[in-house]
Design a binder for this molecule. Structure first.
Ligand code: DAT
Length: 184
């Protein structure tokens, strides 16, 4: 039994695999689905949260990203995760304590498609290359498997809109089953 009335879901994967798009669609679908609509679902884009709460030590010009202050980020997230019904969206997954997370979704994408997505996003070549290599080496997937119990890690392909819709449907099914098993 969980102490939360609703689960926290982490959507992770290499940048460009579709985390933010999935999280937004999932939250919208959860808000509309009869069995899940009573919960205050919230999409928590951890990158935006880092910026909003100042959980960083400055902008890293080379990598075009914030240098995250992990202790501060954990302190700020601790304040919001307890209520449940959060869909967290971030490209790393080994930072969060296991007790916060009920389901880890690792999105995967063919690396040449990923390269195109990151190029379109205007990433610099070193950042495209690094992320592409990470996807090929399954870095995020390996981190997820090392950080969480096997039974809560789900790997989903994210290359087409149909797959995205199917993924959202699967996660909703999982949430309703979780609720049946954990509700008071
Ligand atoms: P992330 O949050 O992982 O960085 P995103 O959600 O911003 O990724 O998606 C990156 C781009 O890829 C965006 O233009 C949407 C597109 N995309 C992601 N998943 C997709 C899918 N399953 N089918 C089609 N396009 C997808």
């Amino acid at each position: 039994m969980s102490t939360r009335g609703w689960p926290n879901i982490l959507i992770t994967g290499t940048p460009g695999t579709g985390k933010t798009t999935h999280a937004a669609q999932l939250v919208e679908a959860l808000q509309q689905h009869a069995e899940t609509s009573s919960a205050p679902w919230q999409h928590l884009n951890v990158g935006d949260f880092v910026k909003e709460k100042g959980c960083h030590s400055g902008w890293n010009e080379e990598w075009q990203s914030w240098d995250v202050d992990e202790d501060k980020l954990l302190d700020e997230l601790e304040l919001v995760q307890g209520a449940g019904a959060k869909v967290l969206d971030w490209h790393t997954c080994d930072l969060f304590p296991e007790r916060w997370i009920d389901l880890v979704v690792v999105l995967r994408c063919d690396h040449s498609q990923l390269w195109n997505r990151l190029e379109k996003r205007g990433y610099k070549l070193n950042k495209i290359q690094e992320n592409n290599d990470a996807e090929i080496m399954e870095v995020v997937l390996n981190d997820a498997r090392e950080s969480y119990a096997e039974e809560i890690v789900v790997v989903l392909q994210s290359e087409t809109p149909d797959q995205m819709e199917e993924n959202v449907g699967r996660i909703i099914q999982w949430v309703t089953a979780w609720r049946e098993n954990n509700a008071d």
